[in-house]
Design a protein around this ligand. Structure first.
Ligand code: CMX
Ligand code: CO
Length: 140
């Protein structure tokens, strides 16, 4: 079902500071920036490599508000890994299969993600405590 790790989402308080840290330390380049009002985040994608069906990235996330998912996560747990996203061929198909296997979907239908991808989240409590995202990358 999974083609690759699409990205690791990392929650931070200051996006610009975190971009500098990651790009200076690991020689990573920012390939996309976005404000996603629906998800309540300001984000940056730092490219690592290209793989089957899309690339692999670090996704840095700064919350737009304190009561957004990332805002609440920061208040509770502080900065750090927030979610892991896996690349899939067809997000709707993967959601159907995973839901049939008893894992709660946080999204009824796919939403808009970074770089015109289509995404859906799975409940962390049903996946070993790891907030999990499915990503169908945009066709290039
Ligand atoms: N990883 C692991 N567990 C998490 C978590 C995370 N990122 N966020 C919350 N949880 C756990 C909490 O620890 C909590 O557990 P306890 O009850 O044992 O304390 C439980 O889930 C409920 O957490 P909460 O703080 O009460 O938060 P909510 O229930 O309001 O929301 C969640 C949790 C996962 C449903 C919500 O964060 C969500 O819908 N996330 C998906 C959307 C998202 O995160 N978007 C931002 C990223 C955008 C992008 O990738 O582009
Ligand atoms: Co993500």
């Amino acid at each position: 079902m999974f083609l690759r790790i699409d990205h690791i989402g990392i929650a931070c308080r200051d996006l610009e500071e975190q971009i500098s840290l990651f790009s200076d330390t690991f020689d990573l380049t920012v390939v996309a920036r976005e404000v996603n009002e629906e998800q309540g985040v300001k984000e940056a994608m730092l490219h690592i490599s290209d793989g089957e069906g899309g690339g692999s990235y670090i996704q840095l996330l700064e919350p737009l508000t304190e009561d957004s998912p990332v805002g609440k996560f920061l208040a509770k747990r502080g900065e750090g890994v927030h979610h892991v996203a896996f690349g899939v061929q067809d997000v709707t198909d993967a959601m159907g299969k995973i839901s049939e296997r008893g894992v709660r979907l946080l999204d009824e239908r796919p939403r808009h993600g970074s770089m015109d991808s289509r995404i859906a989240f799975l409940h962390p409590k049903d996946v070993g405590g790891m907030l999990t995202e499915l990503v169908q990358a945009a066709r290039r």
